[in-house]
Design a protein. Structure first.
Length: 196
């Protein structure tokens, strides 16, 4: 286990840290919303240059969030016993990550999305695997060094016009990949926890 992953594992014992797409835009949060459960896999893979986080670029033809950078994951299905099951099933379906190649470490604080999901990130250590993406959902599978993502100075607050209103959000670019929104907010929370 890398030093960074060991720090993250230790940080799971700390309480708090829940986040939301509305953290930087509290006035835009709708009242009385009902959240649906979802889970994503924050998979850490040991690469040639250290620990790396597995991310995907969503297919450009998708109705929701086309072309955006995301963790493998999705909504909880009735047959998923736990949210860990959801994250593992989705990672298997989306990127061909066999569940037996994953060692779940624990749950990170939940994140509320603007699309009314309560997303639970599942932190896990991943053994080597050959990605086999589902072209209906995923355009590309890639990794980003964990060291880069744990450096809070790499994050910027940017803004864009969405549904007629300006919204602020976190972004943490890596090479040609523009990582922003919920994915960047979850990663920012991870970096903040690892610092403490």
């Amino acid at each position: 286990m890398s030093d960074e992953l060991a720090r993250l594992t230790a940080s799971l014992a700390r309480s708090g840290g829940k986040s939301s797409d509305f953290d930087l835009n509290p006035a835009l949060a709708p009242a009385g919303r009902t959240l649906r459960p979802a889970a994503v896999l924050v998979g850490i893979l040991q690469g040639a240059k250290g620990a790396e986080v597995i991310l995907t670029k969503r297919a450009s033809h998708l109705k929701h969030h086309p072309g955006q950078i995301a963790f493998p994951g999705g909504k909880r299905e009735p047959h998923d016993v736990t949210l860990e099951d959801t994250a593992l099933r989705e990672a298997d379906e989306e990127i061909g990550l066999p569940p037996q190649n994953v060692r779940v470490i624990g749950r990170l604080p939940t994140h509320e999305t603007v699309t009314s999901f309560q997303m639970t990130p599942i932190l896990a250590e991943v053994a080597h695997f050959l990605p086999k993406r589902d072209p209906g959902e995923v355009e590309e599978v890639f990794t980003v060094p964990l060291r880069h993502l744990l450096d809070t100075s790499r994050y910027a607050i940017e803004r864009r016009l969405w549904r007629g209103q300006w919204r602020a959000y976190y972004a943490v670019p890596w090479g040609p990949y523009y990582i922003w929104g919920a994915t960047a907010r979850i990663l920012r929370g991870l970096a903040e926890r690892a610092k403490d």
